[in-house]
Ligand binder design. Structure first.
Ligand code: GLY
Length: 400
């Protein structure tokens, strides 16, 4: 009898525990679904206002920021031109509403000439965020050619002696012969895609050679990264290690750290080469354990700014990092990368960073930094902070 009673109590205990676990899990899922829905609803409403403004113009304009009460529009050749069309694609995907599609198509196709642009390395950003998302969501055959042409244009900047894609043209005033910036890791996704679309492995080869040399030359022993490495075009040796947008040559510019992490996660996705995953995780350790990495997960503009905590955050460095972490969470459980990404996204979605509806020039996030040393775009909205925030929301939704 006693045994039966014990068994009965044990069964009730197990059933209650399972039930409360289920209820807890259901509550978490519901909270997360509400969080996503609220953010997507807000983003759609805010970008509808932005789109109204943009569409009001007599010609096609491309919004980058809102500074001192004025909209900043940019031409197709500016490095951020792919982000506004890319955000429209993410809104089309996240809302499931058809009205976004013609707008995404219109602003994507306004970048038509960029597939032939060879003036700098940014063709990857410009074409892949716009046409790349367009291809993924519509399968439009014509977009394949654009991506292949853009990869050909980017390939013209490949310098075999150094095994890298040259980012910017030579700059005699800085004594730069062949400057390569860590941001360039973000252009490799276009190259991988172009090989898949065309069967031409030269794009893939350039991408992995660039990634390998960036591991070798751009990263410090603590796995932070320099911003600019200037190579010799004749023998590939390193001429300078500098910064352009960071606090100093030896500091860790926050967005650069995020670009590097994101880029190596893409390289791992496309090659399954363990060394790229290792590189991303080591670079993430630098961030995770850095004494200046703030509790809310949104970095200061440079990890080594002497003014921390009385200096600017860079929401863009946070949204890029969050999006990368969501992808990484599917490849590795060395850390709870998803929880880390969730923390950043929750911060960005809070009142400290997310703008009120109709405010902030109708961009989503406040408080990004373009280039503090140049006093340019400091503590303002930036179209790429929004783009990676939307991408992070999409990746979070996919994971859940
Ligand atoms: N790729 C330029 C920047 O991150 O500011």
């Amino acid at each position: 009898m006693k045994k039966l009673l014990l068994l009965f109590i044990l069964t009730i205990f197990i059933l209650c525990t399972v039930q409360s676990c289920n209820t807890g899990q259901q509550k978490n899922e519901a909270d997360s679904a509400n969080f996503l829905e609220e953010n997507v609803t807000f983003a759609a409403a805010q970008y509808a206002l932005l789109l109204d403004k943009v569409e009001d113009s007599a010609r096609i304009v491309n919004p980058k920021s809102f500074i001192d009460g004025k909209m900043k529009y940019i031409p197709p050749q500016e490095w951020t031109s792919g982000f506004f069309p890319g955000s429209l694609w993410y809104l089309y995907e996240l809302t499931g509403e058809d009205q976004w599609k013609p707008m995404a198509v219109k602003y994507t196709e306004s970048l038509d000439t960029i597939q032939y642009y060879t003036g700098n390395h940014d063709v990857g950003f410009m074409i892949y965020c716009s046409y790349g998302n367009g291809l993924r969501l519509t399968g439009n055959e014509a977009y394949k050619d654009v991506i292949i042409n853009a990869a050909k244009s980017l390939s013209t900047r490949y310098i075999p002696e150094a095994g890298i894609i040259q980012s910017w043209n030579a700059n005699p005033s800085k004594d730069w012969e062949c400057p390569v910036i860590i941001d360039n890791m973000m252009n490799l996704e276009l190259m991988f895609e172009a090989t898949k679309l065309s069967g031409d492995s030269s794009f893939y080869h350039i991408a992995v050679t660039h990634a390998d040399n960036t591991i070798k030359n751009h990263y410090r022993p603590d796995y932070s990264t320099w911003h600019v490495i200037d190579y010799s075009k004749s023998d590939g040796s390193i001429r300078h290690r500098n910064t352009h947008q960071g606090y100093s040559d030896e500091s860790a510019w926050a967005r650069g750290q995020s670009w590097g992490v994101y880029g190596y996660i893409v390289c791992y996705r496309e090659t399954k080469d363990q060394k790229y995953l290792d590189q991303a995780e080591k670079a993430l350790n630098f961030i995770a354990y850095h004494p200046n990495y703030p509790e809310d997960g949104v970095p200061y503009w440079d990890y080594n700014s002497p003014d921390i905590p009385n200096t600017y955050r860079d929401a863009s460095a946070g949204s890029i990092l969050a999006s990368a972490l969501y992808e990484l969470s599917a490849y590795s459980d060395k850390m709870d990368y998803k929880a880390w990404a969730d923390k950043i996204v929750a911060s960005l979605a809070g009142t400290a960073y997310r703008a009120p509806l109709g405010d902030n020039g109708d961009f989503l996030l406040m408080h990004s930094v373009g280039s503090l040393p140049h006093h340019s775009e400091v503590d303002v909205p930036l179209n790429y902070a929004d783009y990676y925030f939307l991408e992070a929301l999409k990746r979070k939704k996919d994971l859940e």
